[in-house]
Design a protein around this ligand. Sequence first.
Ligand code: HEC
Length: 170
Amino acid sequence: MVWRGRRVAVQPLSVTGVSLKQTLQQEAVSTKGVRGFLFPIIFISLFTFTLSAQAAKEEPPAEYKIPPDAAAKHNPIKPNGESLGRGKKLYGYDCAMCHGKDGDGKGDMASDYKSVTDFTDRSSLKSRSDGDLFYIIRNGKGQDMPPEGDRAKDDDIWHLVNYIRSLGKK
Ligand code: HEC
């Protein structure tokens, strides 16, 4: 018999005891075949699932922590005109594209991120010490806030801290 272009053998199931037995044996074999095929798949997916569950556990929805000694670091630089001027310049190069030219969190790249801190809103940095800000600028924060890393000298980061503090208006 030809069905959808394939040859399908139609077995005379109940014609003789032998062919029925054969059919049963064949079925047993094919069930085993299916099992032999399914088990690794189930096993692998369970394994992958366990792995990803573990990965999800290790991922940090954990709150962002700043080491206490970093948070307590004293800002050695007074926020005088010179410091703010230097901070403003660096801010223009490295921060404005996300945090906005005036610090309102609406820079050209801001739409790529869930939320960019608005420095014009005083409450956004209120709970942060200067040491916190230094640490965040040096090391970055989460996935979105990139670190200055080694490209800035300590003093430059303190100038940036002074400058973003000076942006608070509302
Ligand atoms: C690529 C975009 C991007 C750039 C460039 C960038 N930031 Fe950010 N920044 C972010 C985002 C997004 C957040 C919010 C991250 C979060 O809270 O998880 C953030 C958060 C911060 C915070 C943390 C506020 C807080 O208390 O949690 C500070 C401080 C900060 N940025 C300062 C700066 C400074 C200074 C620069 C330039 C040296 C800079 N950022 C450059 C995207 C950026």
